[in-house]
Design a protein around this ligand. Structure first.
Ligand code: 3PG
Length: 213
C-alpha cells in the first residue's frame, strides 16, 4: 500500500466520527460489550492499544462487532504490525514514525496513522507521501495553538491529535482546518469498563459523537 493510499484510508477512518476512542483493555470479556457500546453511541472507529497482554485477542473480538472499524494502537515494530493484521486490525496507530515501521505497514497493507510532534516530523511524512498523521502528545506539545501553528506552513497535512484531549478541549482542536478528528481515552474510563457500565460508556460516546467539526 502506498503512503497516498494509506492516507486516503486513514482519512476515511478519521471521517467516521469526531472522536476515535483510545482503548486500553485488560480483559477479553470486556471487548465485545465495550465496542458495542461505543459503536451504538456513534463512535465506530476504535483504537485498541497494544499495551495489555490480551490486546490482540481484544482486537479479534471487537472486529466481530457490526459497524465497528477496529485498529491497533501503539504499533512499534514490524512484529506488532504482523500481529495486528493477523488479529483483524483495519488500521494502525503509532506514537511516532520510523522508516522500519512505515516500511512494515506499507508492505502489510495496513494504513498507518503515524505519530508526529514537530514540523520536521510532519515534513518527513509529507516527503514520503503521507498527508494524514497523528499529533502526539497533543496537549503536552502545545495543544491546539501548536497544531494550528504547524498548519500555517504545512496545511497539506491533516491530523488526528491525541493525548490529553477530553470533552473540555476537543472543540479547540476540532475547529482547526487541519484536524480531521481527535483521539482520546475519556470515552472509555477504566472504572466504567471494570464495572461493566456499558450504558454510561454509550452515553459518553454519544456526547463525543455530537461534537461538531
Ligand atoms: C494514549 O497515549 O493513551 C493516547 O494518546 C490517549 O491519551 P489520553 O489518555 O490522554 O486520551
Amino acid at each position: 500500500m502506498t503512503p497516498q493510499d494509506a492516507s486516503i484510508k486513514t482519512a476515511e477512518v478519521c471521517g467516521l466520527a469526531p472522536v476515535v476512542p483510545v482503548l486500553v483493555v485488560n480483559d477479553v470479556a470486556h471487548a465485545r460489550p465495550l465496542a458495542e457500546a461505543l459503536v451504538a453511541g456513534g463512535l465506530p472507529a476504535l483504537e485498541v492499544t497494544l499495551r495489555t497482554p490480551v490486546a490482540l485477542d481484544v482486537i479479534a473480538e471487537m472486529a466481530k462487532v457490526e459497524g465497528g472499524v477496529v485498529g491497533a494502537g501503539t504499533l512499534l515494530t514490524p512484529a506488532d504490525v504482523k500481529a495486528a493484521v493477523a488479529a483483524g486490525a483495519k488500521f494502525g496507530v503509532s506514537p511516532g514514525a520510523t522508516d522500519t515501521l512505515l516500511d512494515a505497514c506499507e508492505a502489510a497493507d495496513l494504513p498507518l496513522l503515524a505519530g508526529t510532534s514537530t514540523a520536521s516530523d510532519v515534513m518527513r511524512l509529507l516527503e514520503r507521501g503521507y498527508t494524514v498523521a497523528k499529533f502526539f502528545p497533543a496537549e503536552a506539545n502545545g495543544g491546539a495553538p501548536a497544531l494550528k501553528a504547524i498548519g500555517a506552513p504545512l496545511p497539506q497535512m491533516k491530523f488526528c491529535p491525541t493525548g490529553g484531549i477530553s470533552l473540555k478541549n476537543a472543540d479547540d482542536y476540532l475547529s482547526l482546518s487541519n484536524t480531521l478528528c481527535v483521539g482520546g481515552s475519556w470515552v472509555a474510563p477504566n472504572d466504567l469498563v471494570q464495572k461493566g457500565d456499558w450504558k454510561a460508556i454509550e452515553e459518553l460516546a454519544r456526547e463525543a459523537a455530537a461534537l461538531s467539526r
